[in-house]
Design a protein around this ligand. Structure first.
Ligand code: NAD
Ligand code: MG
Length: 387
């Protein structure tokens, strides 16, 4: 029996994880669930999955949850509050596996705690890897934690690499990108895009932040940096190919000319089930792919001239140092401002460029250094919002 704690259980990946678990009550039990503010969803999850502990990062939400659980006769579930408590459950001995599914930089410290406690860590939350790069992977090597990628592209690459994950014989990895809801449209035509339009992804149903990142293609830029960190490859050996059908989730190209690809329905339960059960296989609940129904698979190069966010990410990836952390922090500020109606869709790159202009050449040597750079980049990005 694997005991699992889910960081970000009320989100899109968190809920999909619980759906997979519910198919296999004999294999998994839930130790802790954590979320930020969504009390209603957490109450439902407590009723259905009976965790031992829940944490709400938001203190008021924790209080409200505690009251409701008492009224429902679920007072035996421990309710904790605050970011520090999220980190505590991530490293607690009560679990052996941690699903890292918080969105954004808020997931960095708890995910690191899980890594330092040598857990099996399932990484959906890509921003911490983008921020810290190989520092994160060195922590994992040091503690002996097992890192299993959940992002569908990275999970696909993991599946296509040799079993020992060695890169000998690998020429390149190719990340596939659906192109998001505005594929084929000129960037300049997108000035009046609303959050609702940006979040309507053609193939995947996801949280708001990653949906906006997919619409700007920053998501693929973050994934490029994530892949370089996870698999220890230079950014120049990570290619991006637009593949509108989202059937091939990524490919590994070998020196002999072979390409290995992973195919499946665009459903996060597939990589989640893969990582939960690795190196075994379990059912995920996802629709199986009817290969005869796929009329065609298209691929083309992304038009970087028309994709400013992807361009910025590619250049941050190739610069290295603090540039990816700066890019990530400023992007979080910009996306948040866009979702709040404070920034136009086509202005999302502006605060990111401003932060990179000032800080791209900085470097860091430890996690504290990353957090300082992250703060500085956010401060610069904010100055660009109402100008
Ligand atoms: P989401 O917005 O649906 O859920 C985010 C979760 O994090 C929620 O449970 C929320 O309560 C929690 N959270 C938010 N802020 C927090 C804070 N400050 N402290 C503690 N908890 C907080 O997001 P999502 O779409 O599930 O994505 C989660 C992560 O997984 C992101 O990093 C995203 O890039 C990555 N990812 C998502 C998908 C997908 O299909 N949704 C696919 C690949 C990768
Ligand atoms: Mg992805």
């Amino acid at each position: 029996m694997q005991t699992l704690s889910i960081l970000g259980s009320t989100g899109s990946v968190g809920q999909s994880t619980l759906e997979v678990l519910s198919l296999h009550p004999d294999l998994f039990s839930v130790a802790a669930l954590t979320a930020n503010t969504n009390v209603d969803k957490m109450v439902q999850q407590c009723q259905q999955y009976c965790p031992k502990t829940v944490v709400m990062a938001d203190h008021a939400a924790a209080q409200a949850l505690s009251l409701t659980l008492r009224e429902l006769g679920l007072a035996h579930i421990d309710v904790l509050a605050g970011a520090q408590s999220v980190s505590e459950v991530a490293k607690s001995q009560a679990c052996d596996t941690v699903m890292s599914a918080i969105v954004g930089a808020a997931g960095l410290l708890p995910t690191l705690e899980a890594v330092r406690a040598s857990k099996r860590v399932l990484i959906a939350n890509k921003e911490p890897l983008v921020m810290t790069g190989d520092l994160f992977m060195r922590e994992a090597q040091h503690s002996g934690a097992t890192i299993l990628p959940i992002d569908s592209e990275h999970n696909a690459i993991f599946q296509c690499l040799p079993h020992d994950q060695s890169k000998s014989g690998v020429r390149k990895v190719h990340l596939t990108a659906s192109g998001g809801p505005f594929r084929g449209r000129a960037w300049d035509e997108l000035t009046n895009i609303t959050p609702a339009l940006a979040c309507a992804h053609p193939n995947w149903s996801m949280g708001q932040k990653i949906s906006v990142d997919s619409a700007t293609m920053m998501n693929k830029g973050l994934e490029l940096i994530e892949a370089a960190a996870l698999f220890g490859l230079p950014a120049q050996r990570v290619d991006i190919v637009v593949h509108p059908q989202s059937i091939i989730h990524s490919m590994v190209e070998y020196l002999d000319g072979s390409f290995l690809a992973q195919l499946g329905s665009p459903d996060m339960r597939i990589p989640i089930a893969h990582a939960l059960s690795w190196p075994q296989r379990i059912s995920s609940g996802a629709k199986t792919l009817d290969i005869t129904e796929i009329a065609r698979l298209d691929f083309h190069k992304p038009d970087l001239a028309n994709l400013p966010c992807l361009r910025l990410a590619r250049s941050a990836a190739e610069n290295g140092g603090a540039a990816p952390a700066v890019l990530n922090a400023a992007n979080e500020v910009a996306v948040d401002a866009f979702l709040q109606g404070r920034l136009k869709f086509t202005d999302i790159p502006r605060p990111i460029e401003a932060a990179l202009d000032e800080l791209a050449t900085c470097s860091f040597s430890d996690i504290e250094g990353v957090l300082n750079i992250d703060n500085e980049a956010r401060a610069i990005a904010v100055t660009q919002l109402d100008s």
